[in-house]
Design a protein around this ligand. Structure first.
Ligand code: ADP
Length: 525
């Protein structure tokens, strides 16, 4: 029998408090739950930690039949299911790690209507055996978690996800809810297409964390800089300091402790007992600073973390967003503070190139790193850049990042931008940053000469600046969408670059990245 929205809301709230013990839904959760319970499709875009799980878990309990959750995170499935069982939810999972005997048990339970939720790996779901099983079973809904994996455009494409179009075809009447924490416009369009969600309700949450102040500084003496920062702004506050290596975690924690900061180290090399101790102290005592590798933070839900400091670069914008996002969950003013220097960039790049990962993976990781570097070197509002990375346009500068609060000196780099753009255009829009830089600097490399690019009018027009400036400029052109990266990293001028080429718009660049390297060193001393 159809229920009024108010009745549905009341039932949802009852389940939320009875099963999970929570008093209220967050922002959009209630709308999403109502939409899905009423049998409609939905697309949910919400940052990590935003509370996506309840958006399909609660409807799974409210609708007749079993909620089927498609998830690529096989390693987490057992934990997720165990957690649900602790709440009394009848949950199970199907993936390749499960012995045949257990598979049969799960299948029987599903057919008997004895499951509230079933987590399935995509490759398992696509097996004819599973699809036929689902056709005979009472299914409440399909939740497609990490839905951005359907898109080849994104960084996490999974071929099995590309085949999930089988769901709307074979189960047209069962509601589908697609969820993701990363989706730009193209990825979102792909999700809508593959899962046939056109016309579905879209719930797009902002990624903005307005109470977090974003700051990035030049690394000049990281430990002292950190201590000054803590003393000046966060004396006695709880915070997390991220370092790349276990050794620097140990050293930094020790040093902070000698300076009177209540700091504890945390990394995967410590014994479980030591790690537990650090975690417990952080959660229960006032004003503890955890110095940690990225191993720390997953599943830690401490509302009053007042600052997150990075002494080393995170791997990507996603990592940065997630790590800094652990600050200020209570909504009170907090700081995301980072120092970085050229050595870090070289370091991370070397680690990338020396990894055993396949070439295409390395290339994606390199692109992610570049996006982060662009953010570090920003001359414009950091929040705008951060949000833009996650596909969120924001017109006004935020007023709560170092750039907005203390604008760096910038200068008009329109002419240089035009030079770089024309180097790309005149070489057919298919060469990468290194080759374009060679042309601008007038380097007659083998590749330049063999292509005849030393004959171009652009050859050598950029000699007045160094390679670093050109690389930085090109990176900015890419991040601003004037140059698009295509296959094999070839860069092509986009339609957006036309006004810039015609001189109708200008490009401003930070002055510090235009200062020759040696001068910077002297000034630092
Ligand atoms: P996501 O999947 O979006 O990363 P989760 O679903 O894992 O986020 O939720 C993140 C955290 O927020 C979890 O600890 C969850 O229990 C908590 N949470 C989600 N919704 C609520 C709510 N309405 N009330 C209280 N806590 C919530």
């Amino acid at each position: 029998p159809a229920q009024s929205p108010a009745e549905t809301d009341a039932r949802a709230l009852e389940v939320l408090s009875r099963v999970w013990g929570y008093g209220a839904f967050r922002d959009v959760q209630a709308d999403i739950v109502r939409t899905v319970v009423e049998g409609n499709n939905a697309l949910v875009l919400m940052p990590t930690g935003g509370g996506k799980s309840l958006c399909y878990q609660v409807p799974s309990l409210l609708r007749p039949g079993t909620g089927i959750v498609v998830s690529p995170l096989i390693a987490l499935m057992k934990d997720q299911v165990d957690a649900l069982r602790q709440f009394g939810v009848r949950a199970a999972f199907l993936n390749s790690s499960l012995p045949m005997e257990s598979v049969r048990e799960v299948e029987a339970a599903l057919l008997a209507g004895e499951l509230d939720m079933l987590y399935v790996a995509p490759e398992r779901l696509l097996l004819p055996r599973t699809l036929e099983l689902l056709e005979r079973a009472p299914v409440a809904l399909f939740a497609i978690d990490e839905a951005h994996c359907v898109s080849q455009w994104g960084h996490d494409f999974r071929p099995e996800y590309g085949q999930l179009g089988v769901l709307p075809r074979r189960f047209p009447d069962i509601p589908r809810v697609a969820l993701t924490a990363t989706a730009d416009d193209r990825t979102r369009a792909d999700i809508l297409n593959v899962l046939e969600l056109r016309g579905a309700a879209q719930f797009i949450s902002s990624f903005d964390r307005p109470n977090i102040q974003y700051r990035v500084a030049n690394k000049e003496g990281p430990k002292t800089q950190l201590l000054d920062f803590i003393h000046a702004e966060h004396r006695g506050d709880a915070g997390i300091v991220y370092c790349l290596s276990r050794k620097s975690v140990e050293q930094t924690a020790q040093w902070l402790a000698t300076q009177g900061v209540d700091a504890v180290p945390y990394h995967a090399g410590l014994s479980p007992r030591e790690r537990n101790h650090a975690q417990e102290r952080f959660l229960n005592d006032e004003g503890v600073v955890v110095v940690a590798t990225v191993a720390f933070g997953m599943g830690i839900d401490k509302p009053n973390v007042r600052f997150v400091a990075h002494l080393d670069l995170p791997k990507s914008m996603e990592g940065y967003y997630q790590e800094t996002g652990r600050a200020g969950r209570d909504g009170l003013p907090s700081t995301a503070w980072m120092v970085y220097g050229l050595a870090d960039v070289v370091n991370v790049k070397r680690m990338l190139s020396q990894s055993d990962a396949p070439e295409d993976v390395k290339r994606v990781e390199a692109a992610k790193l570049d996006a982060l570097l662009t953010y570090c070197e920003a001359a414009t509002c950091r929040r705008q850049l951060l949000l833009a990375y996650f596909g969120e346009e924001r017109n006004e500068p935020c007023g709560n990042c170092d750039i907005c609060l203390n604008p760096p000196r910038v200068r008009d780099a329109t002419r240089e931008a035009q030079m770089a753009l024309s180097a790309a255009i005149r070489t057919g829009n298919r060469f990468g940053a290194a080759h374009l830089t060679d042309i601008l600097l007038g380097e007659p490399t083998e590749k330049v000469v063999s292509m005849g690019h030393h004959l171009l009018p652009t050859f050598g027009v950029g000699k007045g600046h160094d390679e670093k400036m050109w690389r930085g400029l090109i990176r900015q052109l890419v991040s601003l969408g004037h140059l698009a990266a295509g296959e094999h990293y070839g860069l092509s001028a986009t339609s957006k670059s036309r006004p810039l080429l015609k001189g109708e718009t200008t490009l401003m660049l930070r002055e510090d990245s235009l200062v020759p390297r040696e001068k910077v060193r002297k000034r630092d001393r």
